[in-house]
Design a protein around this ligand. Structure first.
Ligand code: NAD
Length: 490
């Protein structure tokens, strides 16, 4: 399946990377470009052109010009186009997964699963256009009709990171298009080719020229330019808290634009004495080391009750040590490289701090030999809550374990950080499960499993993890504004 022909076909996607502006594939006006690097071997896959301000202006102009017509396209027609895009993506999914692994590094099986999830997102939003309901409100006087209708908010600026190059752009593109918004999206420069292929499928499916625009450049410069424009009425960003805060400030200062902010987290896991420890360890290892730990909802700090602490540490270490680190294209690989050198340095720092503060590295802790941004799956025990790996979003293959005595104490410790994206509990008690679901402070809670990212469910956080949802009916509402219409019939 991973034949040389297929591989060279996927590699060809990097030979002519382009911006997509007003229906044209273009190299932009700057003449500046940057390398796109395979994180498994450090080699350059291709060069990505940067947009000049003139290119960004054209993208904004196109999004503004096409908004009135696109917002009036009947929902049934938008549904048809989005379903056609999902059909084309399914047809192209094997190639898309290879492209994704080449530029991002995750094992091919994970890339295939991500592409499948991105397709589901297109399908979900396509179907959700059928449910763009308004409502009537009983009037206070005879002869008055009162209705609420939902209108698309206007052109959208979207910014997505490199850890899910298919799924995150899909959420923003499909959500905005389904609602009747036009958009300018800046996917991560590290992983552009997957997003470009999503745009190609949309164009081939009949999204009119100018409705969807894809640009690249220096992130700060592009976002600054787009968010200062009065054309943009909504901003949606997935990434780190400091950048999200900066973009929200810009959005507020320039037109009080609406925002959806998905800013990552540091998901606590409470493993209780009555949990199925083997299941918990297996599940947690799979979740923690998926995508080399670079997942915003990954279980990432582990509070384990005293009675099962040692057993859990052994089982988790065994599962981590059993992973095979390597190039994502190798079918034997179960964990790929980190996405870039920045992540490698950060992860090294967390492990060094853990060791300096008395932690015991039970497995991993270092870099395997060879090129590429690889780091071993690492489990550390004997830590305090004050260790950096317990306090900061590690975004890498590090699992720090601490001990707790009572559930209330563990919940308080889990809730003590300013993150609030996902949280998890492992217990056989329905009562404890209900207690954790209610009291863990997070936008998503998983009990005895980690399945919190679904096209049909709201995905988003509380506190500094951001606000607004993607997915579910809430995901579509994020691109709509209610209009109350009161009509005295005369
Ligand atoms: P970063 O904050 O520099 O970048 C994160 C993403 O935001 C990248 O894709 C980048 O291109 C983009 N970005 C950065 N500055 C921007 C700007 N001014 N305007 C628009 N986009 C901008 O961080 P990084 O070094 O790539 O990753 C570090 C941390 O980011 C991670 O530890 C993690 O906490 C967070 N992160 C979160 C997610 C998520 O899914 N929520 C994804 C990637 C990274």
């Amino acid at each position: 399946m991973n034949s040389p022909e297929r591989l060279s076909d996927a590699l060809a996607a990097f030979s002519d990377l382009r911006l997509y502006i007003d229906g044209q594939w273009t190299s932009g006006a700057t003449g500046v470009n940057e390398p796109v690097v395979n994180p498994a071997d450090g080699r350059t896959l291709g060069r990505l052109p940067h947009a000049a301000t003139a290119d960004l202006d054209r993208a904004l102009g196109a999004a503004a010009r096409t908004f009135p017509a696109w917002s009036m396209v009947p929902a049934a027609e938008r549904r048809r186009i989005l379903l056609e895009a999902s059909r084309l993506l399914r047809e192209r999914s094997a190639r898309l997964a290879l492209i994704l692994t080449l530029e991002q590094g995750k094992p091919l099986a994970e890339a295939q699963a991500e592409v499948g999830a991105a397709i589901e997102v297109f399908e979900w939003y396509a179907e959700e256009t059928r449910r763009l309901y308004g409502r009537t409100i009983p009037p206070r006087a005879i002869g008055v009709s009162q209705v609420v209708e939902h209108y698309p908010v206007g052109p959208v600026a979207a910014f997505t990171p490199w850890n899910f190059p298919a799924l995150t752009p899909a959420r923003k593109i499909a959500g905005a298009l389904a609602a009747g918004c036009t958009l300018v999206i800046k996917p991560a420069e590290e992983t552009p080719a997957t997003a470009i292929e999503l745009a190609r499928a949309c164009a081939d499916a009949g999204v009119p020229p100018g409705v969807l625009n894809v640009v690249f450049g220096v992130p700060q410069e592009v976002s600054d330019f787009l968010l200062r424009s009065p054309v943009i009425r909504k901003m949606t960003f997935t990434g780190s808290i400091p950048v999200g805060r900066h973009l929200a400030r810009l959005a507020a200062e320039h037109g009080l634009k609406r925002c959806t902010l998905e800013l990552g987290g540091h998901a606590p896991v409470l493993v209780c004495d009555d949990a199925d420890v083997e299941l918990a360890a297996r599940t947690c290892a799979a979740g923690r080391f998926r995508n080399a730990g670079q997942v915003c909802v990954a279980p990432s700090r582990f509070y384990v009750q005293a009675g099962v602490y040692d057993d859990f540490a052994v089982a988790m270490s065994r599962a981590a040590a059993g992973l095979r680190v390597g190039d994502g294209l190798d079918p034997q690989t179960t964990m790929g490289p980190l996405a870039n050198a920045r992540r490698l340095e950060a992860v090294q720092r967390y492990v060094e701090d853990a060791q300096a503060s008395g932690g015991e590295v039970r497995t991993g802790g270092g870099r395997p030999d060879g090129a590429g941004y690889f780091f071993e799956p690492t489990v550390v025990t004997g830590l305090r809550d004050s260790a950096l790996a317990m306090r900061e979003e590690t975004f890498g293959p590090v699992a720090p374990l601490v001990k707790f005595d009572t559930i209330d104490e563990a919940v308080a410790r889990a809730n003590s950080l300013s993150f609030g994206l996902a949280a998890y509990g492992f217990t056989r008690s329905a009562l404890t499960a209900a207690h954790l679901s209610r009291h863990l402070s997070a936008g998503m809670v998983g009990i005895n499993h980690l399945a919190v990212s679904l096209a049909e469910a709201p995905f988003g956080g509380v506190h500094e993890s951001g606000y607004g949802s993607e997915g579910g009916s809430e995901g579509l509402q994020a691109y709509l504004a209610p209009k109350f219409i009161s009509h005295l019939l005369s």
